[in-house]
Design a protein. Structure first.
Ligand SMILES: Cc1ncc(COP(=O)(O)O)c(C=O)c1O
Length: 325
């Protein structure tokens, strides 16, 4: 299993994105020709929203699968709505553009896709109304965003943005300052990841993924009202748990529950399913990836590559195959 995963992995997320075809101003262009002015509203005020989507390369099937494309673009349009951004494309059209971009880039490896909608006017006025909007999509080859085993986490002293300050359920570009402050502080202090508390002191989520714990063999994650981004991976895991009869609860999580949990993992497009084995330098469970985390990881890593028939509907194949008939 692990061998298959590594075989079709890809470069680290830190590489500069310099080439490839993208969608910009309504057409396919080279990334080098898709530029904006320094006076762009979104660059100055953070008035944009985005998505992060993965596509997984299956070596033996010679196929690239986009994971949960429709669900990501549904959330994208909800983020646009919150920011009063008029997206000229429907969910289906956005999926079609994505397939076109990936096909044109001829990828044969794992890929990260970045849809971006933003206030494109070059005016000095802090508002959301009466501005020109722009929608773009670009992509980049990418392997694991974080290691998927044995992460160390710290409870951040940066509080997660509360929905009445900055919409937490929208993927707002400017809002990622909050995540950057928390994850940068965690990395500076020698941790892999930051866990953020909400304004009520209860657990919200990690810097750029949702959080699950296991207590008394029950899978637990925080509710969508805990100032989290409503994660697609989170929802997928809850659906899988329901189907497999794994007991789960969606409820507030207290800070000290992190210290007594048997297992803990991150869930997100970037993070995938990654086990956390220490929090605040305290061991989680016995300090190893737990059995429930392992079971979900194994299933997830197979399903996202089209290796589980039961979960085929998660995937959009990019390359057309000749019919065998
Ligand atoms: C703040 C935040 N929370 C949670 C997630 C996980 O969401 P998803 O599973 O839809 O990628 C992400 C990543 O997109 C995120 O940036």
């Amino acid at each position: 299993m692990l061998e298959e995963k590594l075989q079709a992995n890809g470069p680290s997320p830190r590489q500069e994105i310099v080439d490839g075809y993208c969608l910009f101003q309504g057409e396919l262009r080279q990334l080098a020709e898709a530029n904006v002015s320094i006076a762009t509203h979104a660059l100055n005020y953070g008035t944009g929203c985005f998505e992060g989507i993965r596509a997984y390369w299956n070596v033996s099937q010679d196929q690239l699968y986009i994971l949960k494309a429709k669900e990501h673009y549904q959330r994208f349009l909800r983020s646009c709505r919150i920011l009063k951004i008029a997206c000229p494309y429907s969910v289906e059209e956005l999926v079609d553009w994505t397939v076109k971009i990936l096909t044109k880039n001829e990828y044969r490896e794992n890929v990260y896709i970045r849809p971006l909608a933003f206030k494109a006017s070059t005016v000095v006025k802090v508002t959301l109304s009466g501005l020109r909007d722009e929608v773009a999509i670009y992509s980049v080859p990418m392997g694991d965003y974080v290691k998927t085993e044995g992460l160390s986490a710290v409870v951040s002293n940066w509080q997660r943005v509360s929905d009445n300050i900055l919409p937490s359920r929208a993927k707002v570009t400017g809002g990622y300052i909050n995540a950057a402050l928390a994850s940068d502080a965690a990395a500076t202090d020698g941790y892999d990841e930051a866990i953020m508390l909400a304004s009520d002191g209860q657990v919200s989520e990690a810097s750029s993924s949702n959080l699950f714990i296991v207590r008394d063999a029950v899978l637990v994650t925080t509710p969508i009202t805990a100032d989290i981004l409503e994660g697609i991976t989170r929802k997928t895991i809850l659906q899988v748990a329901a189907e497999l009869g794994i007991p789960y609860e969606v409820r507030p999580i207290d800070r000290t529950e992190l210290y007594v949990a048997e297992e803990m993992f991150l869930a997100g497009t970037g993070a995938q399913i990654s086990s956390i084995t220490s929090v605040d330098r305290r061991m989680v469970g016995d300090g190893l990836t737990g059995p429930l985390t392992r079971r979900l990881q194994e299933l997830y890593f197979r399903a996202v590559r089209g290796m589980e028939d039961a979960y085929e509907d998660w995937l959009t194949p990019v390359y057309r195959k000749e019919s065998k008939a």
